[in-house]
Design a protein around this ligand. Structure first.
Ligand code: NDP
Ligand code: 8X3
Length: 255
């Protein structure tokens, strides 16, 4: 078993940034609590982390949009698993692209429920475990869409602006408890993100990254690793991380 004795809980660990983060932290001896809906994927990753890195890992399979499921999952943690050093609020998605006058209300609700309410439900359950120990670190995954807006991205952008605001607010609320709070706001990264946004249309998803090198999940994992491993007196408030080929939310250069 790991001698590092540090624990991270990562939402959205079944794919993309969350999965790469679980791998990187486990490879450095951290114990990991893996969260997501896709149970089999989580269990495969859990076994892999335990076997390859000799750390401890557990899977919590639940829908982050459901506050009762979130509460039940976190309440199921016992013993050492309650001593959480790092919460990575990463689970999230974009659903579709559409104007405000014609967009899908179901898509809007899914994004708001996952990206904003899910992040709040998780934080509401995990932050008290940190405040009672007077230590911990929360890393929220925002987006360039939380700094700017782009055509047809209205509600996704609004949810990520909410993450930006909540990160600042959490930092104030948790200040007396010595809890660090960081936002990481990436630009284009090739994960399952665009496949989910375009509801399984792989071709359309691939076209998003055509002719440029987007960020990779590992780039975000390394950034999370870096912020989590600053000396205890240092808090990284906010990092915007972009592919070199992307200047802002709407300006990219393609070969
Ligand atoms: P992926 O689609 O690869 O991963 C998303 C993860 O979120 C999955 O593990 C998924 O797990 C989880 N998730 C989604 N909905 C729920 C839910 N209702 N309950 C529990 N878990 C859920 O995308 P990324 O890794 O790219 O995205 C991670 C975060 O990064 C998101 O918040 C996204 O908005 C943000 N982001 C992504 C960028 C990109 O270009 N890729 C850029 C900037 C920010 P499961 O389906 O198993 O539940
Ligand atoms: C994901 C990046 O540019 O699609 O948050 O909003 S973008």
């Amino acid at each position: 078993m790991s001698t590092i004795n540090k624990t991270a809980i990562i939402t959205g660990a079944s794919a993309g940034f969350g999965k790469a983060t679980a791998e990187l932290f486990a490879s450095n001896g951290w114990n990991i609590i893996l969260c997501g809906r896709r149970k089999v994927r989580l269990e495969v990753l859990e076994r892999h982390l335990k076997e390859k890195y000799k750390v401890d890992a557990i899977s919590l399979s639940f829908d982050i949009r459901n506050n009762e499921e979130v509460k039940k999952a976190i309440a199921s943690l016992n013993g050492k698993w309650k001593a959480i050093d790092l919460l990575v609020n990463n689970a999230g998605l974009a659903a579709g692209l559409g104007t405000i006058q014609e967009g899908s209300v179901d898509d809007w609700e899914q994004m708001i429920d996952t990206n904003v309410k899910g992040l709040l439900y998780m934080t509401r359950c995990v932050a008290p475990l940190m405040t009672e120990r007077n230590q911990g670190h929360i890393v929220n995954i925002g987006s360039i869409a939380g700094k700017e807006v782009y055509a047809n991205g209205n509600v996704y952008c609004a949810t990520k602006h909410a993450v930006d605001a909540l990160t600042k607010a959490m930092r104030i609320d948790l200040l007396p408890n010595n809890i660090r709070v960081t936002q990481i706001a990436p630009g284009m990264a090739e994960t399952e993100f665009s496949i989910v946004r375009f509801k399984g249309d792989d071709e359309r998803a691939k076209n998003v990254y055509k002719g440029l090198e987007p960020l990779h999940a590992e780039d975000i994992a390394e950034t999370i690793w870096w912020v989590a491993n600053r000396p205890a007196h240092v808090n990284i408030n906010d990092i915007v991380i972009m592919p070199t080929a992307q200047a802002n939310a709407t300006t990219v250069i393609r070969k």
